[in-house]
Ligand binder design. Structure first.
Ligand SMILES: Nc1ncnc2c1ncn2[C@@H]1O[C@H](COP(=O)(O)OP(=O)(O)OP(=O)(O)O)[C@@H](O)[C@H]1O
Length: 356
């Protein structure tokens, strides 16, 4: 799949002038409120017709203002999931899902209902009406309905924004499965560093209507290109495998390249590949292995690099096997500990930092 998006549009005093390409997987449109993410996804959806722009998917031109091509929304064969599930309240979950399938092309109609129901864990909900579902369940049904329309592109605009933290944690593994087990490319709008860290293959960072940077989650979330409002969230994005889940303590044991992390989350399955986001502010550095600490995660590694980061602060990259952690500590602490590249250190991670 190849997707090419370009759009220029004046919206009152705001100018959208943005574009990106995608080769599939999950592309996150990321940026603070008002940066133009929703406007750009609306162009892709066909809900907003830009002054100038192009939209091409697998060589099929759906929008080309220069050549007066504009394929309307209902003929684009895209699926949508919005912040609110927007299910039909008078229909059961099954009927809502089947409604999605009705829009699929004949060839795609064989798309496996059971597989999607299983993928999203909504089998037990089929006979209920939306009024009897939690916010997270509603969103899973909305995703199922969109998938059953066999879309060639799935557009998701802040699908978790209306959910509380617990519901978000419940639904994220399903989104990971969606990413890993379907071939449907996804454009995912979010202003949440944690969501983007976990889900995106590529991040398109927007600011003031323009694309400011494009890269992998670790490129973008590593820090310097993050908007200042998100700098608090800057940190490492590591990939690991769920080794086991301790349901009693609600902890997942995640295997990294040479170490393990205990992550508060009982919703992940053993064997699954997951990403964890470790904000740099939640990493402390010690030169001896600390004892008697409540932190469950103490990783040994060595200082890979150090750079000043704002007044009186230092950002340190700590290599632990193949993984690179980030820590932001005061210059005074770095001096007192005599930190320098190559020095062996222990990274103490506050467990709560992984609870996302
Ligand atoms: N139809 C319109 N007329 C005038 N201004 C508009 C219109 N649509 C959007 N805007 C403005 O364009 C800017 C970008 O809005 P947009 O919704 O695309 O941002 P966003 O990044 O998705 O923000 P959020 O995360 O808050 O949804 C905002 O300043 C908004 O007020």
């Amino acid at each position: 799949m190849t997707l090419v998006v370009e759009a220029q549009q004046k919206l009152g005093g705001f100018t959208l002038d943005a574009g990106f390409t995608s080769e599939g997987g999950v592309t996150a449109l990321f940026g603070r409120s008002g940066s133009g993410k929703t406007s750009l996804i609306r162009v892709i959806a066909g809900l907003l017709r830009p002054d100038r722009g192009r939209l091409i998917i697998d060589n099929e031109v759906l929008l080309d203002t220069e050549n007066r091509i504009f394929v309307p929304k209902h003929r684009r064969r895209f699926g949508y999931v919005f912040q609110e599930g927007r299910l039909f309240p008078h229909l059961t979950v099954r009927q809502n899902l089947v409604y999605g399938r009705w829009f699929a092309s004949k060839a795609a109609r064989g798309e496996d209902f059971d597989h999607i129901v299983d993928l999203l864990g909504i089998g037990a909900l089929l006979d209920r009406r939306p009024g009897k579902l939690s916010g997270g369940e509603k969103q899973r049904v909305a995703i199922g309905r969109a998938l059953l329309s066999a879309p060639r592109l799935l557009l998701m605009d802040e699908p978790l924004a209306a959910l509380d933290e617990e519901r978000k944690a419940e639904i994220l593994p399903y989104l990971e499965r969606l990413r890993d087990e379907t071939t449907t490319p996804i454009v995912y709008v979010s202003h949440s560093v944690a969501e983007v860290a976990r889900l995106a293959d590529r991040v398109v960072m927007m600011r003031d209507g323009k694309v400011e940077a494009v890269g992998t989650p670790s490129d973008i979330l590593g820090g310097s290109s993050l908007p200042s409002s998100d700098r608090r969230e800057a940190g490492a994005v590591l990939s690991g495998t769920v080794q086991s889940v301790d349901t009693e303590h609600r902890l997942a044991n995640i295997r990294l390249s040479t170490s393990h992390l205990m992550v508060p989350n009982a919703h992940v399955e053993a064997g699954r590949t997951v990403r964890v986001h470790i904000p740099e502010r939640d990493v402390m550095v010690a030169i001896r292995r600390p004892e008697g600490l409540s932190a469950l995660n103490i990783l040994d590694g060595h200082v890979a690099s150090m750079e000043p980061d704002g007044e009186g602060m230092v950002r340190i990259r700590i290599r632990c096997g193949e993984d690179m952690l980030l820590a932001r500590i005061t210059a005074l602490s770095a001096e007192r500990l005599d930190l320098k590249p190559g020095k062996s250190v222990f990274a103490v991670i506050k467990t709560v930092a992984l609870e996302r």
